[in-house]
Design a protein around this ligand. Structure first.
Ligand SMILES: *[C@@H]1O[C@H](CO)[C@@H](O)[C@H](O)[C@H]1NC(C)=O
Ligand SMILES: *[C@@H]1O[C@H](CO)[C@@H](O)[C@H](O)[C@H]1NC(C)=O
Ligand SMILES: *[C@@H]1O[C@H](CO)[C@@H](O)[C@H](O)[C@H]1NC(C)=O
Ligand SMILES: *[C@@H]1O[C@H](CO)[C@@H](O)[C@H](O)[C@H]1NC(C)=O
Ligand SMILES: *[C@@H]1O[C@H](CO)[C@@H](O)[C@H](O)[C@H]1NC(C)=O
Ligand SMILES: *[C@@H]1O[C@H](CO)[C@@H](O)[C@H](O)[C@H]1NC(C)=O
Length: 347
């Protein structure tokens, strides 16, 4: 009422003819009004800054909202569900065979016997306690892209709860740009030419992405020290690989199927997704916020530009990979535009 009266002549005159006690009351009202205005102004400024900071760069210090990634992803991914096991487990292949429609890399149909033997060897499938315990998971998927070179993002990357790395990307000697923390490393035999000790933490989960049965076979051979198999790989995988069986997991092929059918919307599930695209899809199911760094390739016309931060290979090497990086770039761009994920480096 006081606020409305301030500009009203009749109202004012009425009030001024009142006693001094009334005037005192009005003074208090004016002070209160002043504080309300100041508060609103402060809030506006705060919200503006918050908005500005979110736009300019995704800060890891930003509040993590539980279920944020899920609520955004379920708009994009039909039948989105977080209920699928993250890693394959023995119980799904021992007594009853898991009913999978697809064969590798999209499902386990036809690989049940091999999985039973392999999982009996490791029988580890749990997510580390310290991650399970978190009320909210902030994840960064670190791609192997050249944009990471001289980025000085190492410290930022290390602050995330979960750092997902891909294939043979080194950490040793690149800490300043890519950080040193590795919660999980997604790989397959042909991409396993990294030093498992040097480029990981002692508790890093080495997550095998099985593209074919031979990939599981290779892992079994390494762990069991069986006779090496050389045929059937598109590039010779390591023969000796110093790893602890308790650090090995097999990623549920479910995420590969979701990546192909839902994210890339590829017909008959070809081309096959890259490990990077798969990792983003996986993170959308596993995390509450998903940021990416070091994704993106140079322009197709740029033949000299290295594609990775740690080696000189160019886009030519991708030509025979059987992936479609144009299609994947479109998918990532769309995820960024819809603000389902955020980028730490230019995409
Ligand atoms: C989603 O689930 C429904 C019912 O189970 C099924 O009919 C449909 O094919 C599924 N869609 C996709 C894209 O998997
Ligand atoms: C195996 O099948 C069960 C029951 O249908 C299902 O709950 C579970 O998610 C499946 N496991 C995998 C790895 O797909
Ligand atoms: C597994 O694959 C076989 C052969 O392709 C097929 O006959 C069978 O129906 C598949 N299993 C499931 C559960 O779809
Ligand atoms: C990174 O920094 C080094 C040393 O300052 C410089 O020689 C190199 O050109 C830079 N590379 C990129 C990709 O910016
Ligand atoms: C890759 O995807 C793009 C965009 O969907 C498409 O135009 C192109 O034909 C695809 N390339 C191959 C080799 O399939
Ligand atoms: C993220 O990518 C967009 C282009 O897609 C770019 O404009 C923006 O600068 C990038 N963010 C960062 C932090 O590099």
């Amino acid at each position: 009422m006081a606020a409305l009266c301030f500009n009203n002549e009749i109202c004012h005159r009425g009030y001024y003819s009142q006693t001094t006690k009334m005037k005192g009351k009005q003074g208090w009202k004016a002070i209160a009004f002043f504080f309300v205005v100041m508060f609103c102004f402060g809030m506006c400024w705060f919200l503006h800054m918050e908005y500005y900071m979110q736009r300019s760069y995704p800060s890891v210090h930003k509040i993590c909202i539980p279920g944020d990634a899920a609520s955004k992803a379920e708009i994009l991914i039909s039948n989105y569900s977080r209920d699928h096991p993250v890693f394959l487990q023995l119980s799904d292949y021992f007594w009853v065979k898991n009913q999978s429609i697809y064969r590798l890399p999209y499902g386990t149909n036809g690989s049940e016997e091999l999985l039973m033997k392999f999982l009996a060897l490791t029988n580890r499938y749990h997510v580390p306690e310290e991650i399970k315990r978190l009320p909210c998971r902030r994840c960064v998927v670190v791609g192997n892209g050249h944009h990471l070179k001289n980025s000085s993002l190492g410290e930022t990357i290390n602050k995330y709860d979960v750092v997902i790395r891909l294939n043979n990307a080194p950490v040793h000697k690149y800490e300043k740009d890519v950080g040193s923390k590795t919660t999980m490393r997604l790989f397959y035999p042909e991409s396993a030419d990294f030093d498992p000790q040097l480029d990981n933490n002692p508790d890093t989960l080495l997550v095998l992405v099985p593209f074919k049965q031979l990939d599981i076979q290779w892992m079994k051979i390494i762990l069991n020290n069986e006779k090496r198999v050389r045929k059937g790989f598109w590039k010779m995988p390591p023969i000796i690989w110093e790893v602890e069986p308790e650090n090995i997991r097999i990623l549920n092929p479910y995420y590969m199927a979701v990546t192909a059918t839902q994210i890339l919307k590829s017909k008959k599930m070809t081309p096959k997704p890259t490990t990077g695209m798969l990792a983003i899809t996986f993170a959308l199911h596993f995390c509450d916020t998903v940021h990416i760094a070091g994704f993106g390739y140079p322009a197709l016309t740029n033949k000299k530009q290295p594609i990775h931060y740690y080696e000189k290979v160019t886009l030519k090497s991708m030509a025979v990979s059987g992936h479609n990086i144009t299609l994947e770039a479109q998918a990532i761009k769309s995820l960024l535009q819809q603000r389902i994920i955020s980028n730490l480096t230019y995409f």
